[in-house]
Design a protein around this ligand. Sequence first.
Ligand code: CO8
Length: 257
Amino acid sequence: MEYEILKTEVNDGIAVVTISRPKAMNALNTRFFNEMDQLVEEMANNKDVKVMVITGEGKAFVAGADIAEMVNKDAEEGTAFSKLGQNTFSSLGKINIPVIAAINGFALGGGLELAMGCDFRIASTKAKFGQPEVSLGLIPGYAGTQRLSRLVGMGDALYLLMTADMIGAADALRMGLVQKVFEPEELMEETLKIAKLIASKGPLAIQKVKTTVRKGLEMSQTEGEKLEAQQFGNLFGEGSEGEKGMTAFLEKRKPEW
Ligand code: CO8
């Protein structure tokens, strides 16, 4: 399948994926999900890509699911459209490379759900966030009810979900919904600096941080600690990444992975 909505550029191990449907505020349609599924598979198998950054073209990161595509769906089709998006966004959490959302503008409804499916979020001071579904007589369908409450806690999640209030970057930062905020003209440059910093670290360690935290969140503390001990141990031994990193430290030089 040719890409029509997703534009990808890979430089120095960082893939920047721009969602490009600006006339519809980058609203998410079936075509977007099919392209994103294909792209995630390609990125996961591309040894040159160490970090993926997702951003939007124009005024929006993504202004939600495509309302024009959804309006005539029946209950069964609505459930299918919800599962399609849930699967795509959960695949971002499953691939071995970190995925960062660089939120340039509106991140509403399905757009905020996409951002929350990423590993963490960097925002422009101009970004706006919200879950406006109840204004449309809907609820989030791409795991927003689940991810938002886990990310910001029940009070702020229910506030956003029940009021459909659109908040700015400062409030999103306070809630922990985003991790960093930059001026619009600095957003990509600063996000790329963070991506490059991550790309300079032990690649297997980065993979294991991602999978251990994400899988751990679905386990009890005791099970999570068992998983951590296993993953920690896997980084040791002759020729291992841990050996390379620790030896470089002791020899006062930069590691070569
Ligand atoms: N879907 C389809 N088209 C959209 C969407 C959208 N979500 N958002 C904007 N557009 C279109 C507009 O219709 C308009 O099209 P046109 O030029 O043809 O009239 C164009 O984009 C530009 O939009 P505006 O003129 O409205 O631009 P403004 O700058 O005035 O406003 C806003 C920008 C505030 C972002 C405004 O467009 C808006 O409120 N958009 C809708 C936001 C929204 O409600 N999002 C939630 C959608 S529901 C959702 O995401 C549920 C996810 C779970 C689905 C589960 C599946 C079953």
